[in-house]
Design a protein around this ligand. Structure first.
Ligand SMILES: Cc1ncc(COP(=O)(O)O)c(C=O)c1O
Ligand SMILES: N[C@@H](CCCC[NH3+])C(=O)O
Length: 417
């Protein structure tokens, strides 16, 4: 089911036409469907059911305050990786006691702030980080709740740039060393060991790699019990992959059923940190065709969105569908959809069969996750607007950046005398 569908020959988001949104807010603009985010979050919450635990939405996927506030209203927890993400969650009304703090390089200041607001747990990625947190907690005369992110060394069978659970990756503590690290943590007066976590990668469309990782973590959990360390929760990291182009990820309910079955009657809560599966297909990037340029080799449609707005195609050669908002305008041909940025890698899609004319509105689908959050000001391009649709209502949840916004904090140097 998609909240983006054609009606009377034009693409709509829920009860609002995308043409109307482009007319009102301009392009490029990200458009999100509230219903999609709610449905996808609810699928995880329902599948967890009454089992103790938390669904912690991964803020990095889409951190707009409009999105975070709607997830907070639904009772979501949050997975954060920086002080900036923590402040966003707080500003959006998120409950800090439902926040897990991930990331390999948390600073002492970030740790202090997270302790002050009372996050649920710090996901620790190295012994060095654990010592730093212990010192910070001691200075603050408090005890930090921790989980160790272990690296289970399993192949997530996804793109190498978004695979994180192999021993050559920078993430987590090698599972072979985890027992020793737990023993040290358990002896600290300023650390409270409450969990174990892992995250083996993103865009996984099979359950098997998750279950391989889970088996290794459960073996560790059982060995910890033998050593007198009883954990409160196990956190399996990010969620399922999504359909970009024919992929068929399993239903969330099947995934969680398999996980809960393996956890069995262990007294262990479950935390998940889904991002992409909640956000990706809940957003489209609206862009307008500026020029059609035909060369001997290629047909280029130069549009007003670029790699600075949506980096995934350039960074991972990721494929996202590109559709006309009002189809069948002009003659059908094979097009490369490219942006105005001065890079050969600046494309949104290649070899797409489309009927195009100048001025036409296009929608880049599946861009609700890792779209705006990975955008930049490269080529001094101001960042796009973001709009949230809820039924027939439209909310501008981020105004288009202006030139003044973009240069705020910069200054010319005085002339040399
Ligand atoms: C630690 C951690 N948790 C959660 C996520 C979210 O993953 P996904 O968007 O695949 O659900 C990521 C990103 O891959 C991550 O690095
Ligand atoms: N940014 C990536 C996913 C990486 C998630 C971070 N661990 C993407 O767009 O697919």
């Amino acid at each position: 089911m998609s909240e983006f569908s054609y009606r009377d020959g034009s693409l709509w988001a829920e009860q609002v036409s995308l043409e109307a949104i482009a007319g009102r807010f301009g392009t490029p603009t990200y458009v999100y469907s509230r219903a999609h985010f709610a449905r996808q979050y609810q699928a995880y919450a329902n599948a967890l059911g009454s089992h103790p635990g938390l669904i912690c939405y991964a803020v990095k996927a889409n951190s707009n305050l409009g999105i975070l506030s709607l997830l907070a209203q639904l009772g979501a927890g949050f997975d954060i990786v920086s002080g900036g993400e923590l402040e966003r969650v707080l500003l959006a009304g998120g409950d800090p006691s439902r926040v897990v703090f991930s990331g390999v390089g948390k600073t002492a200041d970030e740790m202090r702030r997270a302790l002050e607001v009372g996050v649920h747990c710090f996901n620790i990625e190295s012994e060095a980080e654990m010592h730093r947190l212990e010192q910070v907690a001691a200075e603050c005369e408090t005890v930090a709740p921790i989980s160790l992110r272990v690296n289970p060394d399993v192949d997530a069978q996804t793109h190498p740039y978004i695979s994180t659970g192999l021993k050559e990756n920078k993430f987590g503590i090698a599972i072979a060393h985890a027992l020793d690290t737990y023993a040290r943590a358990a002896n600290s007066a300023h650390l409270n060991v409450i969990g174990v976590d892992c995250h083996i990668g993103s865009q996984l469309t099979e359950i098997a790699p998750f279950l391989d990782a889970l088996d290794r973590l459960l073996e560790l959990v059982d060995r910890l019990i033998e050593q007198g360390i009883q954990l409160e929760h196990l956190d399996l990291g990010g969620g399922l992959g999504v359909r970009y182009r024919g992929e068929e990820p399993p239903p969330v309910a099947d995934y969680l059923m398999a996980v809960l079955e393996r956890i069995g009657d262990r007294n262990l809560g479950l935390i998940l940190e889904p991002g992409r599966s909640i956000a990706a297909n809940g957003g489209v990037l609206l862009t307008r065709v500026d020029y059609l340029k035909r060369t001997e080799e290629h047909n280029f449609a130069i549009v007003d969105a670029a790699m600075n707005d949506n980096l995934r195609p350039a960074l991972y050669q990721a494929w996202q569908d590109i559709v006309p908002v009002t189809p069948n305008q002009g003659e059908s041909a094979l097009w490369d959809i490219v942006g105005p940025v001065c890079e050969t890698g600046d494309f949104l899609g290649k070899n797409r069969t489309l009927c195009l004319r100048e001025g036409q509105l296009l929608a880049v689908l599946s861009t609700g996750a890792y779209g705006f959050t990975m955008s930049s000001n490269y080529n001094s391009r101001t960042r796009a607007a973001e709009v949230l649709v809820d039924g027939g209502n439209t909310y501008l949840v981020r105004a288009r950046e202006t030139f003044v916004d973009m240069v705020r904090g910069e200054s010319p140097v005085p002339e040399k005398i």
